[in-house]
Ligand binder design. Structure first.
Ligand code: HEM
Length: 288
């Protein structure tokens, strides 16, 4: 369904767009069932209002005790959260791992920053908000990854008034598409744009507004950007302090497999657990 978000909007039985529409009906039916199940559980006190997103949205009440959102609005919010919040973070984390595997110096600097944080914690102690704020270099790496490989290529906007841009008139009511690479790869904004250089964000104020837009911008900017920051930084922390990359194999095009193994760390004593991260459009051959 996600793949078909960008399909040409031609609704004929054999088009990608048509398949996407049918798949979205199936996804909505599934979510509808979940919402109904959760409503019954809440009524029987079998679920807490703070248990998950659906329970929370179902439990929202106005001053008169009336449910704030309709069932349709709840479903739309859940589907939007799933679409917006799942593959975006997964793609970002996958590209970060690939980049760390390819850039040993950057990886060493990230490891050093994360080890310092890990050393300050007791065994099993969770990371805190302050710890995340200390991950300054790691966050620069994340921003640089999202600059070069924006997980969301761009999005649509509708013009509310006539707009003149670069000598062209865009009439009111037209749909336009903003694309992140247009500014992310512009050498007048980011010198040597193809070069992976997290240090370019040391002076973040030097980046003009709305030029680094992995999360979009304006009133429809990604509402999950803070959550994405938290999950990305926490994942990197555990990955670099517990695993090392032992092998990176690029197959065809963007197909790539990264083999990680437990390293000697205060968390694990180099046991033999290994796993693959696979970034591919095609199934990876069984021989791997
Ligand atoms: C690295 C991770 C993420 C990236 C790169 C990302 C990127 C984006 C972008 C570019 C947009 C469009 C913004 C615009 O049109 O200006 C968007 C919208 C959205 N994102 Fe994210 N996102 C991420 C994670 C998340 C997470 C974790 C959630 C929620 C759990 C989320 C929920 C949403 C929602 C609901 C919208 C639609 C907002 C609206 O239309 O008003 N995103 N995201």
């Amino acid at each position: 369904m996600l793949k078909r978000l960008w399909a040409l909007p031609i609704n004929l039985p054999f088009t990608q767009y048509n398949r996407g529409l049918r798949e979205s009906v199936r996804a909505r039916d599934l979510v509808k069932e979940l919402v109904q199940e959760k409503r019954v559980l809440l009524e029987k006190n079998g679920a807490s209002p703070h248990q998950d997103l659906i329970a929370f949205l179902l439990s929202m009440r106005d001053e008169d005790g009336k449910q704030v959102l309709t069932e349709k609005e709840i479903m739309q919010n859940v589907v939007l959260g799933l679409l917006g919040g799942y593959e975006t973070s997964a793609i970002t984390i996958t590209f970060i791992i690939r980049q760390l595997a390819n850039e040993p110096t950057v990886c060493a600097a990230v490891l050093q920053e994360q080890q310092e944080i890990a050393k300050s914690k007791a065994s099993g102690e969770s990371l805190t908000w302050e710890d995340l704020n200390k991950m300054k270099y790691t966050w620069r790496v994340v921003m640089e990854v999202m600059r070069i490989f924006p997980p969301v290529f761009g999005a649509f906007r509708t013009t509310l008034t006539d707009i003149e841009f670069d000598g062209y008139l865009i009439p009111k009511g037209w749909q336009i598409f903003w694309a992140a690479p247009m500014t992310h790869m512009d050498s007048s904004i980011f010198p040597e744009p193809s070069k992976f250089n997290p240090n370019r964000f040391e002076k973040q104020a030097s980046v003009p507004p709305h030029c680094l837009v992995p999360f979009g911008g304006g009133p429809r900017m990604c509402p999950g950007n803070e959550l994405a920051r938290i999950e990305t930084l926490i994942t990197i922390h555990h990955l670099v302090t517990q695993y090392e990359c032992v092998q990176i194999i690029t197959l065809v095009g963007i197909q790539c497999r990264i083999l990680l193994k437990d390293c000697q760390s205060k968390f694990g004593q180099g046991n033999s657990h290994r796993f693959h991260i696979s970034l591919s459009q095609e199934p990876v051959p069984a021989s791997f």
